[in-house]
Design a protein around this ligand. Structure first.
Ligand SMILES: Nc1ncnc2c1ncn2[C@@H]1O[C@H](COP(=O)(O)OP(=O)(O)OP(=O)(O)O)[C@@H](O)[C@H]1O
Length: 270
């Protein structure tokens, strides 16, 4: 499926020396990483490592104490979430967020709101330009639904779909914004093995056919190793490794960090 906007080239995302503090706790400590255009970049690490904090800075929820996040020519730190979204940064949350009683089609159409030119007043007055625009948006919604494999679910309320399809519908809604960067927060958590495989395929398709960059926070190492082009590992807010998945997996600091987490869990179980 091609993108619609010709001048929507995907720029690199450069995070430089990012530091976030909460009342004495350093949640991110001078973290740097670069997401190359059109790649899946996984952000992994044990619980409390700082992954969600990093997402919250990228999407404008938190302001860092210092450091910068540049998306192409734009500095994202200090911008409110809607301005960051308008630059083409879409975030998908871990919890289901689609209104359950609204049809998949209408939810996806709402996802295109930011791209609507004629606006709701013109649409309400049934002006021809608005009708044309709505037809165009509906066509694109159908294309995107087909891309994630939900073309036959468009008329169904989102809440009536199996969990895996609801998550795909959320991904479709994010794609309806025509984003250039997708932030995926544990996209396969709570899924069956089949749903995980299907979701991983769709995410790979988003990268390969749309060229969108993806930052992926995920605990499922199978999915990370299969999907990621690059991996950054955080532990206690510090970057402890960065590179190709296979290299990072064998890095002694990474093995130690995850081993520490397992030992902590065993300690709590006792
Ligand atoms: N709003 C906040 N106020 C205070 N402390 C916070 C806040 N948000 C996160 N923290 C702390 O910052 C650290 C990093 O948390 P964060 O949620 O970013 O980790 P994470 O890697 O996403 O963990 P998980 O895998 O468990 O989701 C933790 O010690 C957490 O308790």
């Amino acid at each position: 499926m091609p993108g619609v906007d010709e001048d929507s080239a995907v720029p690199p995302l450069r995070i430089t020396e990012l530091t976030v503090r909460f009342a004495g706790l350093t949640a991110l400590d001078a973290v740097s990483l670069t997401v190359r255009p059109g790649t899946v970049h996984a952000l992994i690490g044990p619980n409390g490592a700082g992954k969600s904090t990093c997402f919250n800075v990228l999407s404008g929820v938190y302001r860092p104490a210092s450091g910068s996040v540049r998306f192409g020519e734009h500095e994202l730190t200090g911008l409110p979430p809607h301005r960051i979204a308008a630059l083409g940064v879409a975030r998908i949350f871990q919890n289901l967020a689609l209104p359950p009683r609204v049809t998949v089609e209408d939810s996806l159409l709402l996802g295109r709101h930011r791209l609507t030119r004629t606006g709701f007043l013109a649409a309400g007055l049934r002006l021809p330009a608005a009708a044309r625009e709505e037809r165009r948006h509906r066509e694109r919604v159908r294309e995107i639904a087909a891309f994630v494999g939900l073309e036959r679910q468009l008329d169904r309320p989102a809440g009536s779909l199996p969990y895996g399809q609801q998550k795909l519908a959320e991904l479709a809604r994010a794609l309806c914004m025509e984003p250039r960067l997708l932030l995926l927060d544990e996209p396969v958590a709570g899924m069956t093995a089949d749903e995980r495989r299907r979701t991983a395929e769709v995410v790979a398709g988003v990268r390969d056919s749309l060229g969108i960059s993806i930052v992926l926070v995920e605990h499922d190492m199978g999915v990370v190793m299969r999907l990621a082009d690059a991996v950054t590992v955080l532990d206690f807010g510090r970057r402890i490794a960065d590179g190709a998945p296979a290299d990072v997996q064998n890095d002694p600091a990474v093995v130690r960090a995850y081993l520490g987490e397992r030992l902590d869990a065993e300690e709590t179980d006792r």
